[in-house]
Design a protein around this ligand. Structure first.
Ligand SMILES: [Zn+2]
Length: 151
């Protein structure tokens, strides 16, 4: 059993660290927030690239899905504005048809994505904070994971 004096010091130390030590920031909520802002920048007020419809709520459709290619989640070449119907009930339900459509409609994007999709990209907290700034400034040139492919 530590002495009374020592116990008091231990309590004090834990109380001080509780208030002064920086808490480890969780990356999930930040990543989701930046994704929401990025998606809104892409889709808000933009007609659906498939049917031309413009609705109050538009969706940001990732040509290469976030699940398969998380490195492309914040790349402006990989995203288009779609209405909920085309995005959820056509693009995702008809992968073979929608792939052919992407190749025909966006041959340049398709060529870029074929190469860019293999590039490793990390999204750590500082990277996400930087991306958030680029989104806020609508700096499209900085929202490409492989700008060298377009040069
Ligand atoms: Zn549509």
């Amino acid at each position: 059993m530590p002495s009374k004096h020592k116990r008091k010091r231990m309590v004090l130390r834990s109380t001080v660290s509780q208030y002064l030590m920086p808490r480890k920031k969780k990356i999930g909520p930040l990543k989701r927030a930046v994704q929401r802002e990025f998606n809104k920048m892409i889709a808000s007020g933009q007609p659906c690239v498939k049917c031309g419809g413009l609705f109050k709520v538009m969706q940001c459709s990732h040509l290469y899905s976030i699940g398969s290619y998380p490195n492309l989640r914040f790349d402006v070449i990989n995203v288009v504005s779609m209405c909920g119907r085309c995005h959820n009930f056509w693009y995702h339900l008809e992968p073979m048809e929608s792939r052919d459509w992407v190749v025909k409609k966006y041959p340049g994007r398709y060529q870029y994505l074929l190469k860019a999709k293999n590039k490793l990209v990390q999204h750590r907290i500082p990277d996400l904070e930087e991306i958030r700034k680029f989104v806020k400034d609508k700096n499209m040139k900085k929202l490409l994971i492989a700008p060298e492919l377009l040069a």
